[in-house]
Design a protein around this ligand. Structure first.
Ligand code: ACO
Length: 428
């Protein structure tokens, strides 16, 4: 017999179903509670609320475990390519050679932008935030491919639409950078793989083709893989909420880009570098920054620390930390920000404030140092996160449609004025 939970409230008992996930995650299903009892449950920030049953990504925050479709992130990080992971996340299984090569061909085919679309970049004022450009351009792409607006599930052009989005986002990101520095746009090269093609579009010049170093290329691919999905975080939940109104893939994902932009989410990778730069240039001791982060009279937080789910360590942070060493060694370079980051991490690990709140470095803490080493400019960091997160957003959009989930519509407890009579302007 399946387990039940009993809720006793207002002198009555209500029996609620208990569901269990494949990793033994337990859930009390309250869907019928309001209709039966008149009570809703309250959970601002949804810290303890499940919004879906999902087969895509598993996170065990207590033990620092992250798996895509069952595959541990440590395994994937070492052995997979980003394109393979896109296919795995979106379609559920690792692609065989034939599927992978078809997928790569589709990405190559969709990489160029419509020439009229290219002109739109010129309309953005100098210095426009790249995340604003990205979200605007994603909606704009759909105007040039109106068929994608009608795609809701597999078998109805979904494969083409997903490949188009994964490929165009890379070109849009590179072009927004080229425009921002006033350099000519580089057409995508179909012979290059995903990361190398991106680096080429970012850094090739008419007089000098960008020569990709395999170590850098692999580091970028790793960065994208580590950001590819992370179950029901703020931006993915946003994509799902928008998609639940049956909004098309492009508009749903453009909303995800906006949600990711915030400094408490994907914007933290920029925040980390600004914080480390500030520590370096101010000459103040690290303890000064720790004290500020602990002081409840201000909002200052250590960027790149803490996580809603990870209460032990974020496995992505460890992988990135190791990759930073590999890349800096390959380039025969040192980064003073890495030394500061290491000292900061070491101090927090011994500090009661951070220990008692389970605050450890998250994915953003070392990712910025890696992107710096690769040569990506600071204002593009969150865009890089968005490129990486594309397959996760697409997979979640598809799963929601396949499961035919209801429109997202939380309840509230109203705390405003009770009914009162309108007062005409002249009497106020
Ligand atoms: N520095 C200092 N204190 C912190 C930090 C931090 N980075 N993060 C959390 N805390 C403290 C809070 O002040 C709070 O203390 P209190 O219990 O005394 O009030 C406690 O830890 C719990 O914090 P919450 O804000 O309740 O945790 P929540 O799960 O809501 O937030 C978040 C998680 C947003 C990641 C938070 O830790 C944070 O702001 N970190 C800094 C920004 C950051 O790195 N974001 C990237 C997250 S990963 C990602 O999105 C890809």
């Amino acid at each position: 017999m399946s387990e039940k939970a009993t809720l006793s409230v207002g002198g009555k008992e209500y029996e609620l179903d208990v569901t269990v996930g494949s990793e033994n995650e337990k859930c009390i299903d309250i869907q019928k509670l309001r209709a039966e009892s008149g009570y809703i449950t309250m959970d601002p920030g949804f810290g303890n609320t499940g919004s879906c049953y999902s087969d895509i990504t598993y996170v065990d925050g207590a033990n620092g475990i992250l798996r895509y479709r069952g595959y541990p992130i440590e395994d994937i990080a070492e052995k997979a390519s980003f394109v393979e992971i896109c296919s795995l996340l979106i379609y559920g299984e690792l692609p065989n050679a034939e599927i992978l090569s078809k997928f790569r061909r589709a990405l190559a085919e969709h990489a160029p932008l419509h020439t009229s679309l290219e002109k739109h970049f010129a309309g953005f004022p100098q210095g426009s935030p790249p995340m604003a450009i990205l979200s605007a351009m994603l909606n704009l792409v759909s105007c040039f491919h109106p068929d994608v607006l009608e795609v809701y599930s597999e078998g109805h052009g979904f494969d083409r639409t997903a490949a188009l989005l994964l490929s165009k986002v890379r070109t849009i990101a590179a072009y927004s950078y080229r425009m921002s520095i006033g350099r000519p746009l580089n057409q995508p090269n179909p012979n290059l793989d995903y990361s190398a093609n991106f680096l080429h579009m970012m850094f090739s010049e008419p007089y000098r083709e960008y020569e990709a170093n395999p170590v850098i290329e692999k580091a970028l691919s790793l960065f994208l893989i580590l950001h590819a999905d992370h179950e029901q975080n703020c931006s993915t939940s946003t994509v799902r909420a928008v998609a639940s109104s049956r909004a098309n893939l492009f508009s749903s994902i453009a909303s995800g880009v906006c949600a990711l932009w915030g400094p408490l989410h994907g914007g933290a990778n920029v925040g980390v570098i600004k914080m480390l730069e500030d520590i370096k240039t101010s000459g103040r001791p690290i303890d000064h920054y720790l004290d500020m982060a602990k002081d409840k009279s201000n909002d200052y937080r250590l960027m790149g620390f803490g996580h809603r789910v990870y209460k032990n360590f974020d496995p992505r942070s460890r992988i990135l930390r190791n990759k930073v060493d590999v890349v800096l060694k390959e380039l025969n370079r040192k980064d003073p920000l890495l030394d500061i980051a290491l000292e900061l991490e070491e101090k927090t690990l011994k500090d009661d404030y951070f220990i008692s709140r389970n605050l450890y470095p998250n994915v953003d803490f070392y990712s910025g140092i890696l992107l710096r080493a690769i040569g990506i400019p600071l204002d593009m960091y969150t865009v890089m996160f968005a490129i990486g997160r594309m397959p996760g957003w697409i997979a979640n959009w598809r799963e929601l449609h396949d499961q035919r989930l209801r429109i997202a519509r939380p309840r509230q407890v109203y705390t405003g004025a009770t009914e009162r009579s309108f007062i005409p302007l002249e009497e106020r």
